[in-house]
Design a protein around this ligand. Sequence first.
Ligand SMILES: Cc1cc2nc3c(=O)[nH]c(=O)nc-3n(C[C@H](O)[C@H](O)[C@H](O)COP(=O)(O)OP(=O)(O)OC[C@H]3O[C@@H](n4cnc5c(N)ncnc54)[C@H](O)[C@@H]3O)c2cc1C
Length: 467
Amino acid sequence: MAFGTVNGAVLAALRSAMDQGDLLTHEDDLRHYGHDETEDLVHPPEVVVRPRSTEEVSRIVKVCAQHNIPITPIGGRTGLSGGALSIHGGVGLALDRMDRIEHIDERNLQVTVQPGVITQVLMDTVAEKGLYYAPDPSSKGSCTIGGNLAENAGGPRAVKYGVTRDFVLNLEVVLANGEVIWTGASTLKNATGYDLTRLVVGSEGTLGIITKAVLRLIPLPKASRLMLVPFNSPERACEAVSAVFQAGITPSALEFMERDAIDFTLQHVEGINLQIPDAVQAHLLIEVDGQHEDVLMRECETILGVMEAHECGEVLFAETSAEKDALWKLRRNVAVAVKAHTVYKEEDTVVPRYALPRLLAGVKAIGQAHGFRSICYGHAGDGNLHINIIKEGLSDDYWKNGLPNAIREIFELTVSLGGTLSGEHGIGLVQRPYMDIAFDQNQLGLMRGIKTLFDPQGILNPGKVLP
Ligand SMILES: Cc1cc2nc3c(=O)[nH]c(=O)nc-3n(C[C@H](O)[C@H](O)[C@H](O)COP(=O)(O)OP(=O)(O)OC[C@H]3O[C@@H](n4cnc5c(N)ncnc54)[C@H](O)[C@@H]3O)c2cc1C
């Protein structure tokens, strides 16, 4: 792939493409926008542009198309698959200045937002009106709606409410030639032609730049109950997960954490007071929510019965909102805590939830055979297990040349169990070499065809997703 470079003429054209947005070329700025949360990877763009409007994005893309310059869309840079890294240099298109919540439509339960809105800000803003935007990645305090859309982000509440894609009605997208389209209609139902909206969601910035989104809202649940359930056996904890649903309950969150995940987090995060008996090897964090306390109490009783049947230890109920916050802080900080401890590689495997115990046991067996330690946790209710392979004392040579074989084995196991490579973090840069495990040549050929149709020059986030 021979791309143009960002020379003086390109810089001048980019400057004149913007009325209010800014353009950054200082080395520190390029480095800042050149990394996300994926391992310790850094790939700076040659220039960062920070537009403020769709019109500016359109003009920037036209300049890039004319000069054959690669464009990497950049959101909150919390990605875990390297999607926002400018691996071919070019333009880093930071959407952080496009952060307006444009309209909350309370009659239709819809909200129109720009892509740079921080997810937590959107959730808090609509909550003030008694409304709920449910997709809640654990990074919600720093990730953006644009990044969530591009990755089809999930989060703890996806198990009951669905992932980002389930909350999208319509998208404004700047195409690779700079033209602006809407992908569909802002209606709850739509059976009109191919579904471009669902195609763009999860396309990781490789098909177009999302500049506006119309999102669905639901009424805010009035009450919730949260419990932390210890187990001496991680496999028994995983077995209890599908039994909850078989008992007729759909929790609003059902999270799994191995002992190591909690220990790392307790060391890293202050203000959580939790004594864990030595024998405990895993926890489930289970939340139910809804409009009526009495219904939630009955659901908790049913869940308790299921947990006891799977030999759980003493269940801790969060009685106050401070206790709830502390337990959620524990869960949401696992990734950050592991990263603070050591370099790690994160795999975002997902299987049908009944296969979760077999996935966990298989991952541990692969780790033992290859000599690495993994810390497993994740959205167990969705069958979504995050596997953090930690570097600790492993040699650089093994990390670079040996570990990919073990990761391949993990993905082969995942696919053999009916699962796939990524539940919510996307393929990006780092999972790209494994796509052949999930798809055959026919499927990959169709995807390549779609990419070429949307982006004939291949300038949109090149080097991502497709092998
Ligand atoms: C501590 C931690 C916890 C996490 N927990 C979760 C979780 O629970 N669930 C989950 O799903 N993920 C989780 N993640 C991963 C990450 O937060 C998500 O993938 C998130 O959606 C990325 O959003 P972002 O704004 O940071 O995007 P970035 O990382 O900046 O970009 C991600 C991708 O989106 C593209 N992109 C960004 N904006 C646009 C746009 N406007 N148009 C087109 N493409 C665009 C980029 O090119 C890139 O390919 C977690 C990450 C961390 C660090």
